[in-house]
Design a protein. Sequence first.
Length: 142
Amino acid sequence: MENVINIRLALEQIGAGYQFGGSVTAGTQEVWDAVIWEDKRPKPSWADVCAAHASAVQSGLFAALRSARDTRLASTDKILLPDYPISADALPLVKAYRAALRDLPDAPGAPWDGGGTSTPWPTAPNAASSTASTSQADQPCA
């Protein structure tokens, strides 16, 4: 099977503003070889283009993983406020969860699928059930 890549993404990874003629939509080596190179800089080899594409895809997956991780961290920010009603037993669990989230991008195998279903997310503690008391905002109207 022929290697199909996003050539434009790869060229952006290598450098900006390359000048060339022809379509690169198909993303194959045959298409790349047929490109009319109009730039002053030398035309990158197919191997260089493929490596740049892999690097760009990896960077995108890491960005998506960090974004999904940051959303999960933000959802627990309020729990660390000094006036948040959380038990002394639950607070270390929340802190450990947040630490695991912060460490996730450095874990072996990262970025997996960029924060999707293949990402081994740490299990969030149930801080709401561990709170010392229920806040007024959490109580239903009578």
